[in-house]
Design a protein around this ligand. Structure first.
Ligand SMILES: NC(=O)c1ccc[n+]([C@@H]2O[C@H](COP(=O)([O-])OP(=O)(O)OC[C@H]3O[C@@H](n4cnc5c(N)ncnc54)[C@H](O)[C@@H]3O)[C@@H](O)[C@H]2O)c1
Length: 290
């Protein structure tokens, strides 16, 4: 057994190596073996480099004792979905697109019995993704916050068909890896994004209509309201493209037009200013690539 590895750590498959998936893979690799899957080899290469950098920063801050080479040896990268599905827990983190996720979940339905399958989605109801599964009892939602290495509490979403045993097993696996869970019911955006996404959208509208500059919008939340980050810095961290996808999924699954993405969000994404990962969004981040 290597440093920091828990004797009974289950293997974790992480599907989607983008902004959040790479931090989920990193967090679980501090406790045991991880298979990180993406259809895009460049995403896997970028994820590996980002995990290496982020881990060095965690070692310097003494946030972990797992040596960098041990961590990286625990992460296997692959383009094969079925390899990632052969794990105790699979966390799906592909792009926030309902049909795309449904197709990936059809592939995950072939996972061996006993595997817990988790959708890490910002908005898409678990009941919708359950349609892809022969056994929807083993599907639940685990909504990780970015970066998952630092924010150790997740929203655990039980869909109408989620088995009690699945929720209990997921809670145990999370607990072993140092995560706490807040259990919530199913519904578009669950709790976090049903509140956060319209807040980001409204904050963007305030900037677009000239009521306040981005830094001043955020200062009201950080300095006056005690938030750790303002809504616009949070949106940059999430990725403005993912914010736009999430708002569109809120429109689709609630039927409410009030969630339509603000024109300023659409313009920024259209200009390639998709937030921290691009080096620019509402704010600038030097060379970028978080
Ligand atoms: N960014 C966040 O803060 C955050 C937090 C929690 C949950 N989420 C959710 O996690 C998911 C991913 O978000 P993200 O911000 O990482 O997006 P992203 O665009 O950064 O990454 C998505 C990744 O999915 C990969 N992908 C797409 N289709 C695939 C397929 N068929 N098979 C394998 N890989 C595929 C892409 O190549 C890409 O690397 C979304 O559902 C999002 O709503 C995001």
């Amino acid at each position: 057994m290597s440093v920091g590895q828990i004797a009974h750590a289950v293997s974790v498959g992480v599907v989607g190596a983008g902004q959040i998936g790479r931090t989920v893979a990193h967090a679980f690799a501090e406790h045991g073996p991880v298979v990180l899957m993406d259809r895009d080899p460049d995403a896997l290469a970028q994820a590996t480099a980002a995990i290496r950098r982020a881990h060095l920063a965690r070692l310097l801050r003494k946030a972990t004792t797992v040596p960098g080479d041990v961590l990286m040896e625990r992460i296997t990268t692959t383009g094969d979905l079925h390899r990632a599905a052969t794990a105790g827990l699979v966390v799906e983190n592909v792009t926030e697109d309902a049909e795309l996720k449904l197709a990936v979940h059809r592939g995950l339905a072939a996972a061996p019995p006993g595997t817990v399958i988790a959708a890490n989605t910002s908005v898409i109801p678990i009941s919708f993704l359950a349609k892809a599964h022969e056994d929807p009892g083993r599907l639940l939602g685990l909504h990780f916050m970015i970066p998952a290495t630092e924010i150790r509490t997740v929203e655990l979403i039980t869909g109408p068909a989620t088995a009690q045993a699945t929720a209990e097993r997921a809670t145990r696996i999370l607990d072993d890896a140092g995560f706490a869970a807040v259990t919530v019911g199913d519904g578009p955006g669950f709790v976090a994004n049903r509140v956060l996404m319209p807040m980001v959208n409204d904050a963007a509208a305030l900037v677009r209509t000239g009521v306040a500059a981005p830094a001043d919008v955020d200062a009201v939340f950080t300095a006056c309201n005690g938030h750790r980050l303002g809504p616009l810095a949070t949106a940059d961290l999430i990725g403005l493209d993912t914010v736009v996808h999430s708002l569109r999924m809120l429109v689709r699954f609630t039927g409410e037009e009030r969630f339509q993405p603000d024109p300023l969000l659409l313009r920024l994404v259209g200009e390639g200013r998709s937030g921290r990962k691009a080096g620019r969004g509402f704010f600038s981040y030097g060379t970028g690539a978080a």
